[in-house]
Design a protein around this ligand. Structure first.
Ligand code: PBG
Length: 327
């Protein structure tokens, strides 16, 4: 055969394959989602997310230590409060669960980077991501509470806030509130391109945050839409977002790719609870190779254009990176 192009030439050995890898990644780009719960002595496994746990504040340091040992230095904190009310007051309570966790964690592990999820759904009695007006979430009334929550997280020691509520104008409202309180340097990672997705199912189990009626379709995006996702991303950059997130990851890599070409800020992809649960379940049946699937999913997000990857597999991925299996 008279072939000029023989792509197989560059696949001939492990050394060569590693040399020509197009996607490079680093442990410093991993963020691990972490659930903190009121109480003491709690380290309970989440049934729909095997090997993921809810920790009380006193047990959190054990997990932070494991993360640090693995070389994962950033976490995203989610709070599970003791009591909920109509207006989600636990979200912005200076003694709320996330605020307490931040103070304690910062004291013991000051070198970790703490990002907080800013939302109301774990704190409202109805489980929606804001305050209600009738049967729908009141956008503008919610903005004020989200801004208050973000300020209280930063004041308790958070390094960055990540609003996940999908209200219009929340990035601007949070930026203004942070600045008004002198927190000019605190970055905002916006869950900008967030679809109304069944992939969040296990998370809602984990955090007890499923809506008690209806669904989130009046604020999270319809998964048929691409241009709408671009609009969300661009609007949030204009409002002052420092990082744009696309969520979920695996079924939304087209959006990761397109958003990363269109914005001039870092792009994060969040491989959500349902993605993790699917892999775990299939692996348990011995139907797939868990580690290889996890690696392919992670690399695909970076290959699509993500610079930051949020995953429940952060520690395991860090190990694969250490061993040179990916990255
Ligand atoms: C809060 C929030 C959710 C997730 C992150 N922040 C749940 C939701 O929007 O219903 C999902 C994360 C995951 O599934 O891993 N609004």
């Amino acid at each position: 055969m008279d072939l000029i192009q023989r792509p197989r030439r560059l696949r001939g050995s492990e050394n060569l394959r590693k040399m020509v890898r197009e996607t490079r990644m680093d442990k410093s780009s991993l963020i691990y989602p972490l659930f903190v719960k009121e109480g003491t002595g709690i380290e309970e496994e989440i049934p729909s997310m095997e090997r993921q746990f809810r920790y009380s504040v006193d047990r959190l340091p054990f997990e932070l230590e494991r993360l640090q040992k693995a070389g994962v230095n950033s976490v995203m904190l989610f709070g599970i409060p003791d009591h909920k009310d109509e207006v989600g007051s636990g979200a912005y309570d200076p003694n709320g669960i996330v605020q307490k966790a931040l103070r304690e964690a910062k004291k013991q592990f000051p070198d970790m980077y703490y990002i907080t999820d800013v939302c109301m759904c774990e704190y409202t009695s109805h489980g929606h991501c804001g305050v209600l007006c009738g049967h729908d979430v009141d956008n503008d009334a919610t903005l004020e509470l989200l801004a208050k929550t973000a300020v209280s997280h930063i004041e308790a020691g958070a390094d960055m806030v990540a609003p996940s509520d999908m209200m219009d104008g929340r990035v601007r409202a949070i930026r203004e509130a942070l600045d008004a309180n002198g927190h000019y340097e605190a970055p905002i990672m916006s869950y900008a391109v967030k679809y109304a997705s069944a992939f969040y199912g296990p998370f809602r189990d984990a955090a007890g945050s499923a809506p008690s009626f209806g669904d989130r379709k009046s604020y999270q995006m319809d998964f048929h839409n691409r241009r709408e996702g671009m609009k969300e991303a661009l609007t949030d950059v204009e409002e002052g977002a420092d990082i744009i997130m696309v969520k979920p990851a695996m079924s939304y890599l087209d959006m990761v790719s397109e958003v990363s070409k269109a914005v001039n800020v870092p792009v994060a992809a969040y491989s959500v609870s349902g993605e993790y649960a699917m892999v775990k379940a299939a692996a348990k049946m011995d139907w797939i190779d868990e580690e290889r699937i996890m690696c392919e999913m992670a690399v695909s997000a970076y290959r699509a254009g993500a610079q930051i990857y949020l995953t429940y597999y952060a520690k395991e991925l860090a190990k694969c990176m250490d061993e040179g299996r990916i990255g």
